[in-house]
Design a protein around this ligand. Structure first.
Ligand code: PMP
Length: 423
């Protein structure tokens, strides 16, 4: 209702072709035409601050990425079975950001493909099939990866060789989050084994974004990873969400926890919007897999994708984006703390760098308030700010902007949030 003829026509057109899987944000979907930095522009000329998008991580339309992709696509774009400088340069530059044992990379096009390959590697190495994931995990959309993505099931749940553990939070584990989480992982592994399933891997998003954003205390993942290894399985770190400097202090989410994974999976921010993902792992895990299957991905690590990836690494360093994620993220957290006394709807704030989760709670009793969160998402949109929700109930606002977000842009978000909450 009230969409206007033009917008109604566009929505209908989308639904006609995409059918039942069509998903458009907002009752009045945005008709976007351009983006720069952390700003999206719509067809009517309105500008929106993008707090949603972690894919254009170094900024929408970053000139360095645009120039690199433009130059490469006109020069050479082909699969990687020839020697190509930009591909080998990028592979080395990327691996230089990982701890020494993780010395090999296999390029893919998506996070889903990366996790699919990671599962294949872990299952071959362990001889088991069982996987432990967090309760509301999302790891991608292939047949195998959907099975380890409990949040993807609208009816039923994952198969019996997939076991879930509650997310790392004192509500589930008390004060000793690290110990409690590790014990839950060990119990899940025992349950797998009791049901005749071998154990292949503990697979987690190292900032637990779809579980509502859980980053603290730093180090909590180490005992869980140790429990997985003690049981003969691997630890797979899904860095699709926190990777590439977003947490503000480390290039990778796992590094915050002082743990070296067996397998790391990458995607989203890696190519700033050009399809680029990867599995980074140890040579001793990759070699037997190559003997058994080999791995080839036609578009994975194409010269254009690698040119984008290289430009992303350079932009991250040159623009000081990890540092910016740290300072601007801390500013948002501090301003939220200032706002909280006057705005009881603001509950717990979690996260690291420019990945924050803000719980929205009922004023009366502090209970999770998903309707309140969705009301805020819509109210913020009318004030030109785009943001999403996370967590099993959807009551956690997810702050996940391009890493170039400025202090002024951050302030405009907090000002708008405060104005809405104060009524
Ligand atoms: N892992 C995580 C943690 C993700 O959030 C996502 C995407 N939302 C994926 C994997 C899958 O990535 P893609 O959509 O590129 O396949």
């Amino acid at each position: 209702a009230g969409l206007g003829e033009d917008l109604a026509h566009r929505v209908e057109r989308r639904r006609r072709s995409f059918g039942a899987t069509s998903v458009l944000f907002y009752d009045r979907p945005l008709h976007v035409v351009a983006a720069r930095g952390a700003t999206l522009t719509t067809a009517d000329g309105a500008r929106y601050l993008d707090l949603y998008n972690n894919v254009p991580s170094v900024g929408h339309g970053h000139p360095k990425v645009v120039a690199a992709v433009r130059a490469q696509v006109g020069q050479l774009n082909i699969h990687s079975r020839y020697l190509i400088d930009v591909v080998d340069d990028y592979a080395e530059r990327l691996l230089a950001h990982f701890p020494a044992p993780l010395a090999n990379v296999a390029f893919t096009c998506t996070g889903s493909e990366s996790n699919d390959l990671a599962l294949r590697l872990a299952r071959l190495a362990s001889g088991g099939r069982g996987v432990v994931v967090s309760e509301s995990a999302y790891h991608g959309n292939t047949a195998a990866v959907t099975e380890v993505s409990p949040s993807s099931y609208r009816k039923g749940g994952p198969p019996s060789f997939v076991r879930t553990v509650p997310p790392p939070h004192p509500a589930h584990y008390g004060a000793d989050v690290a110990g409690g989480f590790a014990r839950a992982v060990a119990a899940a592994i025992n349950a797998l084994k009791a049901h005749g399933h071998g154990f292949a891997a503990l697979l987690v998003d190292t900032i637990f974004s779809s579980d509502g954003v859980h980053a603290d205390p730093p180090g909590f993942l180490a005992p869980a990873a140790a429990a997985a290894r003690a049981a003969g399985g691997l630890f797979i770190a899904d860095e699709v969400q926190p990777g590439f400097g977003r947490t503000g202090t480390n290039m990778w989410g796992f590094a915050r926890h002082g743990v070296v994974p067996d397998i790391v999976t990458l995607g989203k921010p890696m190519g700033n919007g050009i399809a680029l993902g990867a599995v980074v792992t140890r040579p001793d895990l990759l070699a037997p897999f190559a003997d058994a299957f080999g791995y080839f991905n036609t578009f994975g690590g194409s010269p254009v994708a690698c040119a984008a990836g290289l430009a992303v690494l350079e932009a991250l360093a040159e623009d000081g984006l990890m540092e910016n994620a740290r300072t601007v993220g801390a500013r948002i957290a501090a301003r939220l703390a200032d706002l909280r006394p006057a705005c009881p709807a603001i509950g717990e704030v979690r996260g690291a760098g420019l990945y924050l989760g803000i719980d929205i709670v009922a004023r009366a009793d502090g209970r999770p308030d998903p309707e309140g969160a969705s009301g805020l998402i819509n109210a913020l949109r009318t004030r030109g700010i785009l943001i999403g929700a996370a967590g099993p109930l959807g009551h956690t606002l997810k702050v996940r902007p391009p890493l170039c977000l400025t202090a002024d842009e951050a302030d405009s978000f907090i000002d708008a949030l405060g104005a809405i909450l104060r009524g």
